[in-house]
Write a protein that binds this ligand. Structure first.
Ligand code: NAD
Length: 292
């Protein structure tokens, strides 16, 4: 079997060309899209993620505002920042980098973000709209996975999709999106008995567990589409996914590499959600039809 690569870097480049144009049209209308990124504390991985997001803003023509708050920031202080950003008309997207320090209740913070600026798609209103089949802001990683499938003309309709990992930010929303696109969906988690018996049934297999190389070739059906969401740093410093990539070559019909598959698409979808939020705000301000 000839295994094809679902290339998130190439697709991101293509999408960027289109969405840069939309961002610059807004800027020319005096309404440049703006994203505020808040980070609390010194987590090194979070700092890298935030740097990449700010760099992507520059690449897409999105104005960015970064707030680096000290570890001891209180919940009330963080809520005040969010309240100010909610009311700032130049800010269209608000992203709070997770995880937050333990003394801050993450749910409380996510619930405080204006759902119209919730470009991460984590607010319960946006989660509910997604579950109801009327998605507004879809979490960026699941949205990026659907773009990768669409770009390769992989149609989930009637296919058996197996999602390994059922987190709120990846597993659950990607399963819902696949369901809405006509797939029969199985969710697996750390309690699933005989994981391989499930994964072997997958026409489309999405793995998002944070367990390095959990899925190998013996666990996938010949010709399956394999999407690896995992990003794991091994003790030797190398970066691997949740899938044994090498063993998929010759067995899967499509596979995402790590790095270079789902990762770049996540950031691209954050930019797209921000430009869409700005377009919707512009339409509201001009009493035009809401484009979302
Ligand atoms: P999480 O820890 O919130 O959830 C993990 C899920 O996997 C849980 O549902 C758990 O039950 C399940 N799981 C754990 N071990 C399992 C096992 N042995 N068998 C079956 N299921 C198992 O993780 P998350 O936030 O969804 O992230 C998952 C992975 O994806 C991590 O490696 C993370 O770094 C990565 N990630 C990547 C991107 C990206 O842009 N590529 C974005 C988000 C997360």
């Amino acid at each position: 079997m000839d295994t094809r690569i679902l290339d998130g870097v190439a697709l991101s480049r293509k999408l960027r060309a289109e969405w840069q144009g939309r961002a610059s049209a807004l800027a020319q209308a005096g309404h440049p899209p703006g994203l505020a990124v808040l980070i609390v504390g010194q987590d090194p991985a979070s700092a890298v993620y935030v740097r990449n997001k700010i760099k992507a803003c520059a690449d897409f023509g999105v104005r960015s505002e970064q707030l680096e708050l000290p570890e001891q920031t209180t919940e009330a202080e963080l809520l005040r920042h969010i309240d100010r950003l909610n009311r700032d008309p130049a800010v269209h997207g608000i992203l709070v980098q997770l995880p937050l320090p333990k003394h801050i209740a993450t749910e409380k913070i996510i619930h405080a973000i204006d759902p119209a600026k919730d470009v991460d798609g984590f607010h319960p209103l946006n989660v509910g709209l997604l579950a109801a089949g009327q998605p507004r802001f879809v979490p960026c990683t699941p949205a990026g996975i659907m773009e990768l499938l669409d770009a390769a003309q992989i149609n989930p309709w009637g296919q058996h999709a197996v999602v390994v990992g059922a987190s709120n930010i990846v597993g659950k929303p990607v399963g819902l999106l696949l369901l809405q696109r006509g797939a029969t969906v199985t969710f697996c988690n750390s309690k699933t008995r005989d994981l391989a018996a499930h994964t072997r049934q997958a026409d489309i297999l999405v793995v998002a567990t944070g367990r390095p190389k959990l899925v190998n070739a013996d666990m996938v059906k010949e010709g399956a589409v394999v999407v690896d969401v995992g990003i794991n740093r091994l003790p030797d410093g190398s970066l691997v996914g949740d899938v044994d990539y090498q063993s998929m070559l010759g067995k899967a019909s499509y596979v995402t590499p790590v790095p270079g598959g789902v990762g770049p698409m996540t950031i691209t979808m954050l930019m797209i959600n921000t430009v869409r939020a700005a377009e919707a705000a512009y339409a509201r301000a001009h009493k035009a039809v809401n484009v979302l």
